[in-house]
Design a protein around this ligand. Structure first.
Ligand SMILES: Cc1cc2nc3c(=O)[nH]c(=O)nc-3n(C[C@H](O)[C@H](O)[C@H](O)COP(=O)(O)OP(=O)(O)OC[C@H]3O[C@@H](n4cnc5c(N)ncnc54)[C@H](O)[C@@H]3O)c2cc1C
Length: 595
């Protein structure tokens, strides 16, 4: 099998690193229930979805005269996915979902995205749209659209980007005019719209950002509209076609089967749409959707890294090359220590990205469901702080790990037949969409870090320091210098954070060092989270359910992370504190040379 869902790893992270049950009313779900759900979703992902991954890269989605045809096998696979109820696993029960915690839905999305990242981009958007509509739409819109979006019978899109408005949404020009009957007519063009058109669902519900006639300029003049592909017929079945059409799809580096559409709204009579939320507050409504989507994008980094690691490990066990002292013939390349180092790096980074993604998902659940309001507020503040880090750190890791996967394959990794290159190509989009990773870093240093004067960050650091103290006390010699290195990484993060929080920092300084700060945040926090996992596993007890082999691997990975990855934190800390001048100088020289 090409992909085996890492069910026990995910369950371990959920229970012992994310501690998803902490602070919530006791859930009806036992550990066995969770494992059973994960095994079911994992089996489906490996057996039904994963075999579609390669063929759908080779013969991707095609556009012809406004019609978008997805690859062979996708209709059946998507139908099976949604009829099994996976689309609505974490969506509200009142609209037909199962209302299970976000973290469980995240786990199913990780497995779907490992199996086929291109196909996984569809439910990500539908699920995020449900969240936005449930929070902001009028009751009649909810009644018409939510049940079918929750079941996945209809799908949704997120229409933000225009040719001149990518990172800067304030520049968008799509217009919306009221017609007096409560509806609006939308006119404009959107680009890069994921699954803007396709043949997997009976209707496509576009969430579109547009400007009302009296809108102020910039981001404060943007409203959100619901624009269906088909208007409602009797009994809410799809009726006449709306004035919206896909005029082409992009030819991309990766996720080639996920249609990236240019959408034209209102070429003729105007596309019929309805306002969602308050006029001019569309961006706030969309942000609700985008925050979930950002967690999902980080999870795509985890997912593609996991897939690449599994494939590289298999290859390294099978490929024989080079001799070792005493060997009769060529040995499997995994026996060469440099290959093992690459594999350990892949595994350690993947585990790190998974740790922070599930840790954030648990905070999102606590923010929604903790019994008292103070706990909900604290969890929300932490989830807000973590969201840009999860999105950027984990998606960058996806690219690094898939690139290492090619390296482990040698020359065969660089040719398409092995599929290693596809993982790398697929991974490359995640640092770009849902707000580029540069924009995430800016969000972290200019908004999230300074929330409540830095209190959520200090609270998080305190919790992580307690883990390091416990690791120092643990008597496991095979952990080597783990506690010291992870402690130093946290120290570097604390120092860099206080440096950035100081009122004497100028906005330009913050922007100049935002990206290394986000990396430092991810490196240090993930080290402590991996340490938390290993603490739980100590001392080894056969009755704990884990095998001696998985226990040893856990020790080896956290030590490897501490001594080879976390050590970069000190350099990153220096970069944050001392490199703004170098960046600003280079920036001015580059700009002077260009003018
Ligand atoms: C495959 C794919 C799927 C997509 N799906 C969707 C979708 O479903 N819906 C949708 O609305 N959009 C979608 N997008 C669009 C995507 O979100 C944008 O491409 C992204 O937000 C970046 O915008 P841009 O391409 O215009 O780049 P630009 O905004 O031009 O950015 C170019 C570079 O400049 C940097 N930059 C820009 N402004 C700043 C700044 N102020 N400070 C610092 N750096 C800056 C960026 O970080 C980036 O590195 C998709 C794109 C792709 C490729």
């Amino acid at each position: 099998m090409d992909y085996i869902a890492p069910v026990s790893d995910i369950a371990f992270v959920m229970e012992h690193i994310a501690e998803w049950r902490r602070g919530l009313e006791p859930a009806d779900l036992s550990v066995d229930d969770v494992t059973a759900i994960l095994s079911e979703a994992g089996g489906f992902a490996s057996e039904v979805i994963a075999p579609l991954n390669r063929p759908s890269d080779q013969t991707p989605t095609a556009w012809e005269n406004g019609v978008v045809r997805t690859p062979e096998g996708w209709r059946e696979a998507y139908l099976a996915w949604r009829t099994a109820g996976w689309n609505g696993i974490s969506l509200p029960a009142e609209h037909g979902g199962m209302a299970l915690p976000t973290i469980l839905g995240s786990a199913t999305m990780e497995m779907l995205s490992s199996a086929c990242m291109a196909l996984g981009t569809l439910p990500v958007l539908t699920q995020a749209a449900v969240d936005a509509l449930d929070a902001h739409a009028a009751p009649d819109l909810k009644k018409t659209y939510l049940p079918k979006l929750v079941s996945g019978e209809w799908t949704a899109t997120m229409n933000l980007t225009e040719a001149q408005a990518g990172s800067d949404l304030g520049a968008l020009r799509t217009r919306a005019e009221p017609v007096g009957d409560g509806s609006y007519r939308i006119r404009g063009q959107k680009v890069f719209i994921t699954f803007g058109e396709h043949d997997l669902a009976a209707n496509i519900i576009h969430l579109v950002l547009a400007r009302l006639p009296d809108a102020p300029a910039g981001t404060r003049g943007i409203s959100l509209f619901l624009v269906p592909k088909f208007l409602s017929g009797p009994d809410d079945t799809p009726g006449p076609r709306n004035d919206v059409r896909c005029v082409g799809i992009e030819h991309k580096v990766g996720i080639r089967a996920s249609p990236t559409c240019t959408m034209v709204f209102g070429e003729n009579e105007g596309a019929v749409g309805w306002l969602v939320g308050e006029p001019h507050h569309g961006l706030a409504c969309m942000f609700r959707m985008m925050n979930k989507a950002r967690l999902a994008t980080g999870l795509q980094g985890v997912a593609i890294a996991e897939r690449a690691y599994q494939q590289a490990l298999r290859h390294a066990r099978e490929r024989r090359q080079g001799r070792k002292a005493g060997s009769a013939g060529p040995v499997p390349i995994i026996e060469h220590i440099d290959v093992a180092r690459n594999l350990l790096t892949m595994r350690a980074l993947t585990d790190a990205a998974r740790a922070i993604a599930y840790f954030a998902a648990a905070e999102i659940d606590r923010a929604a469901d903790a019994p008292d309001s103070a706990a909900r507020a604290a969890a929300l503040a932490r989830a807000d702080l973590l969201t840009p880090v999860v999105k950027a750190f984990a998606s960058d890791i996806g690219v690094e790990v898939t690139s290492l996967g090619i390296q482990v394959h040698g020359g065969t990794g660089y040719v398409e037949e092995t599929g290693a290159a596809q993982h790398w190509r697929d991974s490359r989009i995640a640092p770009i969409y849902e707000g580029t990773n540069g924009i995430q870093a800016i969000d972290l240093v200019t908004r999230k870090l300074s929330c409540e004067g830095g209190a959520p960050l200090r609270d998080l650091l305190g919790e992580m320091q307690a883990i390091i103290q416990a690791l120092r006390r643990a008597s496991e010699p095979r952990l080597g210098a783990t506690a010291e290195r992870l402690g130093e990484a946290l120290f570097a993060l604390a120092g860099a954070s206080e440096f950035l929080l100081s009122p004497s920092r100028s906005p330009e300084e913050l922007l100049a060092v935002a990206t290394p700060y986000l990396r430092l945040f991810g490196v240090a926090l993930c080290g402590a989270l991996l340490g938390k996992g290993v603490l739980h596993a100590l001392p080894f007890a056969p009755e704990s359910g884990q095998s001696a082999e998985s226990y040893e691997l856990r020790l080896a990975i956290v030590r490897f992370y501490a001594e080879t990855v976390a050590v970069s934190a000190e350099g990153l800390g220096t970069m944050v504190r001392e490199s703004a001048g170098a960046v600003q100088f280079g920036h001015s020289v580059l700009n002077a040379a260009a003018s």
